[in-house]
Design a protein around this ligand. Structure first.
Ligand code: SAH
Ligand code: SF4
Length: 339
């Protein structure tokens, strides 16, 4: 039996018809699950007893559990336990413009970028749709507030779990449910070209972020072995096609690793690569971990890099650092738990 939280709205309508329920039950169910946040069919008081029994026999309604959470001034980090005991995490960040959540898409990650904690934990499995949806629901319930935006930037490579991620987005975006606007949802990929191509055909107004992190193949392959499969030239061309097709600006993520990819020449190479494209570069201060040699670039080096991009008319921002001191770097909380 499929989990009720894994059904996009239209798919739920179709399935309800198959089990001899009225189509409009989909709206009732969505309201109970996502607005009233009721996690039991028995409590859906506007549905008849017979129908409730039918629903109980047709859907599973497993939920994930909050195992632990860590708080700092502007960050809340959640560790979730899945029904098979696997652990994943999500981070809530409080901005001046609202609340955002960074969620996981897989248990571990096979892409294995050398600077990333999540990649140290090989992929165990993809997350089911309901396991992504419930990260949001449980956090909304926990803080008793609405989430304004969602980024799929936690553990995992979303385009290695493509269809579940798309269904997840459809569910949280649905106006009868959590109703999180497409423009407030961002998917971050390490540069899986077939995924970017498919994503461009979805006609969703969702934001795409691509983790570039280096301006040359030589350097990128050193820190992201996925570059041996999808190199920079092909990746940039794919991003250009995506922008042309969707007419949407793409975010280029660039993690600042001290004396690795943060030299002046790297900034100039990046300018060359991106000039004329409808992109904006997000410089990410590296969150240091105990398991590799990388250090975070100094403020001065980040600012110097930023200035070069700015001077050459590349849109650029420096990401605000969240959750320092509470293991908020991707994968850190989970990694600790596993030790
Ligand atoms: N797999 C996807 C999404 C999850 S990682 C991707 O790679 O894009 C989200 C972002 O966090 C990526 O840009 C990744 O490179 C970056 N990241 C990973 N480890 C980090 C760390 N320790 N400090 C800062 N950013 C990190
Ligand atoms: Fe996976 Fe993204 Fe980490 Fe790379 S940066 S190992 S793709 S989670």
């Amino acid at each position: 039996m499929k989990n009720i939280y894994s059904y996009p709205y239209e798919e739920l309508e179709n399935f309800l018809i198959k089990i001899n329920e009225k189509k409009y039950r989909a709206k009732q169910i969505y309201e109970w699950l996502y607005i009233h946040k009721i996690a039991s069919f028995k409590d859906m008081s506007n549905i008849s007893k017979d129908s409730i029994n039918n629903l109980i026999n047709s859907f599973s309604i497993n939920i994930i559990k909050i195992k632990n959470s860590q708080k700092s001034k502007d960050t809340l980090k959640y560790l979730f336990e899945l029904s098979d005991g696997n652990l994943i995490e999500a981070v809530l960040m409080i901005h001046n413009y609202g609340i955002s959540i960074c969620i996981s898409s897989q248990v571990g990650c096979n892409i294995g970028c050398s600077f990333c904690e999540s990649g140290r934990l090989k992929k165990v499995r993809d997350l089911e749709v309901y396991e992504m949806v419930q990260q949001i629901l449980l956090i909304e319930k926990d803080i008793n507030k609405r989430i304004d935006s969602v980024v799929i930037m936690g553990i995992g490579e979303p385009f290695d779990n493509y269809y579940n991620v798309i269904n997840f987005i459809k569910i949280i975006n649905n106006p009868f449910g959590l109703s999180i606007g497409a423009r407030h949802i961002t998917v971050s990929t390490s540069g899986i070209i077939p995924g970017i191509k498919k994503f461009g055909d979805e006609c969703m107004q969702v934001n795409l972020a691509v983790s570039l992190h280096a301006p040359t193949d030589e350097l990128r392959s050193k820190i992201m072995k996925i570059n041996d499969v999808y190199n920079i030239n092909n990746l940039i061309n794919t991003i250009k096609e995506y922008i042309k097709k969707t007419n949407r600006r793409v975010t280029i993520e660039y993690v600042m690793l001290d004396y690795i990819n943060d030299e002046k020449k790297h900034a100039l190479e990046l300018v060359n690569l991106l000039k004329g494209m409808n992109v904006y570069v997000n410089l990410i201060p590296y969150n240091e971990t105990n398991y590799n040699k990388y250090k975070k670039s100094s403020k001065e080096r980040i600012l110097a890099f930023y200035d070069i991009l700015k001077k050459h008319n590349i849109n650029v921002t420096i990401r605000k650092e969240f959750g320092l001191g509470i293991d908020a770097a991707c994968g850190q909380l989970r990694a600790k738990e596993g030790e």
